[in-house]
Design a protein. Structure first.
Lengths: 290, 336
C-alpha cells in the first residue's frame, strides 16, 4: 500500500481480509470473471439445456440459415449450430481445466520441494524445468498424439507436462523468497515439520501468484487444445468442440458460410481474453501487495 | 560448578560466498550453565547472531562448521531429521530481533501461538486456544482471547514481541536464544519486554543466550558477557562491571561510544575505521587498526585469550591498560 492518495483513504473503508482477494480487480477484472463464470456454467449445464441432438443432422439442410427451429443456423451436415456450441463448451473447457489443475499441482509441489530442500535437488529441478521449457507445448502434444493416438487424453497429459515448468518457475522464485523470511526460521526453531511449514505457511503466501498464473495458463491451454482439435488431433468428430468446429467450419468459409468458424472462434477468443485479463489483474495485484 | 547446558568449544564457521568459503566465526568458546544468562555483544557482522544461529541449527546452506557444539552433553552438529526437530521443539527456542517479520503475516496470532501446541504437543485446538490465552496472560496481555483472533499487523511491535515470548513459553525450553529481542522496540517497551523476559526466566529456570549491542543492557541482564569482534571472542567478563571495567580496548571503545546521562557531550566518540569481517582479519590483533592503544607488537603478534580480573581478554596489553582505557586517548582523539 505505497501509493494511496488522501481521497482514497477517506472513501475506502478498510476491508476485511476474508474478502481481500476481490480487491483491486477493477471493471475489466470483474467483467472477465463474469465471462469465465458464464463459460464454466455453460460447460456444466450446457448439455442439459440443449433440446436437440448435437450430432444429428439433416444433410438436406446443410448450411441452413437461421430459423425459429435453428436460431444460429445449421452446419454443413445440417446439425444445429447453437446446440453444438452449447454442448461443445464442455469439451472445450474440460481439457484446459485438467491441464491447469495438473500442471498447477505438479508445478507447485515441485517448486515448494525445490525451495525447501535447496541444494542439489533444487538444481536438478531447475535443470529438468529448463529442459522441458525447450519443447513448445503444442509440439509435445502432437508428439503425444502421434504416440498414443489422437484424442483429448494424450493431448491433455502432454500439455500438463509442458505447462508444469511455467508454474514451477514462478512458484519456486516466490517460495524461495518466502523461505528466506525470518518467520520461517522462527517456525523451524519451534520444531514445526518442514512439510507443515510448506503447506500451511509458504503456500498461503504464494497462492495469489499461483492462482494468477493458473488463470493465464487456462487461456493458453484452451488455445493449444482448440488448435489441436482444429487440426484434427484433439477432440474427435462427431463430438462437438469449439476448436474442432472452427476446423469443420473451414469448408463453409469458402462457400460464403463463415458462421460456424466465426461463432466457435469468437467464443474461444472471449474465453481466452477473459482468462488473460483476469490473470493479469491478479498478477498486478499480488505484485502491488508485496 | 554445574555441568554446562550449552558447551561451545573452538567453534569455527565458514560460509560460502561467491564460491569460496569465508570464515565468519573463529575459535569461539564459551559455556552456559542451566538457568543462567550469557550475553553476546558486538557490532554488526561480529558473529554474535551467527553463533546463536549455529546453536539453533539455522545456518545458511553450505555452511561449514568445525569444533564442538554440545547441548546437555550431546552434539548439536550431528542432529538430523526427527532428532533435530525434537531438539528444536522441546529444548531450544529463539526470539528474533523483529517480531513483525518473525511471525507469518497472513495468519492469525492464534494460529501462530497454537501451532506448536497442536502439532508438537498433540493438543486439541480448543485446549491449545485456552493454553494460548494463559500464555498471553503470562506475558502481560490480558485480553488474550481477542488477540488470538487478530492478525500481526493489528498489534504493536511490543505486543508482538510479547506474543513471540509467549510462543517460546509454550514449549518451555531449557534454552532461549534471544537475538536482539528489544532492538526493534522503543525504549519504554524495551524495558517492559526485558522485565517480562527476566521474570519468566527466573520462574521457569530457563537459560538464555542474550544477543545485544547494548552494553548497559548486557551488563544488567547477563551473568556473563562475551564481547565479539570480527568473529572472535575478544573479552569474556563475569558480573555486571562490563561497561565500568572493560578488559579489552574494543569493549572500552564501545562503552565510550554510548551517551552518558551524567555527561554533557556534543559529539559521541565513534570508533574510527570500519568493523573488520572475520575473513579479512590482518595478522596480529584484529582490532589493532582501529585501536587507540595499539603498539607495534599488536600487528605482528596474535593475542590469546588470557585471564584477567573477572574474565578474559584477548589483548597483549590488557594488564597494563586495565582501568586506564575509559579515560584513555580515544576521548581526546574523538574531539580532535
Amino acid at each position: 500500500m505505497t501509493t494511496l492518495t488522501a481521497g482514497e483513504v477517506e472513501v475506502t473503508p478498510p476491508r476485511r481480509r476474508t474478502w481481500g482477494w476481490t480487491r483491486g480487480l477493477g471493471v475489466s477484472g470483474w467483467l472477465s470473471i463474469g465471462v469465465l463464470v458464464l463459460v464454466l456454467l455453460l460447460a456444466v449445464v450446457g448439455p442439459l439445456l440443449a433440446s436437440q441432438d448435437p450430432n444429428e443432422g439433416n444433410l438436406a439442410q446443410g448450411f441452413g440459415a437461421p430459423s425459429v427451429e435453428h436460431w444460429l443456423g445449421q452446419d454443413a451436415n445440417g446439425r444445429d449450430l447453437l446446440t453444438r456450441l452449447v454442448v461443445g463448451a464442455r469439451t472445450a473447457v474440460i481439457g484446459p481445466l485438467l491441464v491447469v489443475v495438473a500442471s498447477t499441482i505438479l508445478g507447485t509441489v515441485l517448486a515448494l520441494a525445490a525451495a525447501w530442500f535447496g541444494g542439489w535437488f533444487d538444481t536438478a529441478v531447475a535443470r529438468v524445468v529448463d529442459a522441458v521449457f525447450a519443447f513448445p507445448g503444442l509440439l509435445l502434444a502432437i508428439l503425444a498424439t502421434a504416440l498414443f493416438g489422437a484424442g483429448l487424453p494424450a493431448a491433455v497429459a502432454a500439455l500438463s507436462i509442458a505447462y508444469t515448468p511455467y508454474m514451477a518457475r514462478i512458484a519456486r522464485s516466490a517460495a524461495l523468497r518466502e523461505r528466506g523470511m525470518p518467520y520461517i526460521a522462527a517456525l523451524r526453531v519451534q520444531g514445526i515439520h518442514g512439510l507443515s511449514i510448506c503447506v500451511r505457511h509458504i503456500l498461503p503466501n504464494i497462492r495469489t501468484l499461483v492462482l494468477a498464473n493458473a488463470t493465464i495458463s487456462f487461456g493458453f491451454a484452451l488455445i493449444d487444445l482448440a488448435g489441436l482439435s482444429f487440426i484434427g488431433l484433439g477432440v474427435q468428430p462427431p463430438t462437438a468442440d469449439w476448436g474442432a468446429m472452427v476446423g469443420e467450419g473451414l469448408a463453409g468459409i469458402l462457400q460464403r458460410y463463415p458462421q460456424e468458424s466465426f461463432y466457435a472462434g469468437a467464443l474461444i477468443v472471449a474465453t481466452v481474453a477473459a482468462a488473460n485479463v483476469l490473470g493479469d489483474r491478479l498478477t498486478t495485484r499480488s505484485e502491488g501487495r508485496s | 560448578m554445574t555441568t554446562p547446558l550449552l558447551q561451545v568449544e573452538a567453534l569455527n564457521i565458514a560460509l560460502p560466498v561467491d564460491g569460496e568459503l569465508r570464515t565468519v566465526l573463529h575459535d569461539v568458546s564459551f559455556s552456559l550453565e542451566p538457568g543462567r544468562t550469557v550475553g553476546l555483544v558486538g557490532e554488526s557482522g561480529s558473529g554474535k547472531s551467527m553463533t546463536a544461529r549455529a546453536v539453533a541449527r539455522l545456518l545458511p546452506p553450505g555452511a561449514r562448521v568445525r569444533g564442538r557444539l554440545e547441548f546437555d552433553g550431546a552434539s548439536i552438529v550431528d542432529l538430523r531429521g526427527e532428532a533435530l526437530r525434537r531438539y528444536r521443539a522441546g529444548d531450544v527456542s529463539m526470539i528474533f530481533q523483529d517480531p513483525r517479520s518473525a511471525i507469518n503475516p497472513v495468519r492469525r496470532i492464534g494460529d501462530f501461538l497454537t501451532e506448536a501446541l497442536r502439532i508438537n504437543g498433540g493438543m486439541s485446538s480448543r485446549a491449545a486456544g485456552a493454553r494460548a490465552v494463559e500464555l498471553l496472560a503470562e506475558v502481560g496481555i490480558a485480553d488474550g482471547a481477542r488477540r488470538l483472533r487478530q492478525y500481526p499487523h493489528e498489534l504493536s511491535g511490543g505486543l508482538l514481541q510479547r506474543v513471540m515470548i509467549a510462543a517460546t513459553l509454550a514449549v518451555r525450553p531449557r534454552l532461549i536464544l534471544a537475538d536482539e529481542p528489544t532492538t526493534a522496540l522503543d525504549v519504554s517497551t524495551q524495558a517492559e519486554v526485558m522485565a517480562i523476559l527476566g521474570r519468566l526466566r527466573a520462574e521457569y529456570g530457563m537459560a538464555m543466550l542474550f544477543i545485544t549491542h547494548d552494553l548497559d543492557l548486557a551488563a544488567a541482564v547477563c551473568d556473563e558477557t562475551i564481547v565479539m569482534y570480527a568473529g572472535s571472542v575478544v573479552e569474556q567478563h563475569r558480573g555486571a562491571s562490563l561497561h565500568e571495567d572493560p578488559l579489552h580496548p574494543y569493549t572500552a571503545a564501545l562503552a565510550q561510544a554510548r551517551p552518558d546521562i551524567d555527561r554533557a557531550t556534543r559529539r559521541l566518540p565513534a570508533i574510527p575505521g570500519y568493523p573488520t569481517t572475520a575473513y579479512e582479519v590482518p595478522p596480529g590483533c584484529a582490532f589493532a587498526p582501529r585501536c587507540p592503544h595499539a603498539v607495534a607488537a599488536c600487528t605482528t603478534q596474535e593475542p590469546q585469550l588470557v585471564p584477567i580480573g573477572d574474565g578474559h581478554s584477548r589483548c597483549i596489553r590488557a594488564e597494563e591498560l586495565r582501568g586506564r582505557m575509559l579515560t584513555g586517548p580515544s576521548t581526546t582523539e574523538g574531539v580532535a
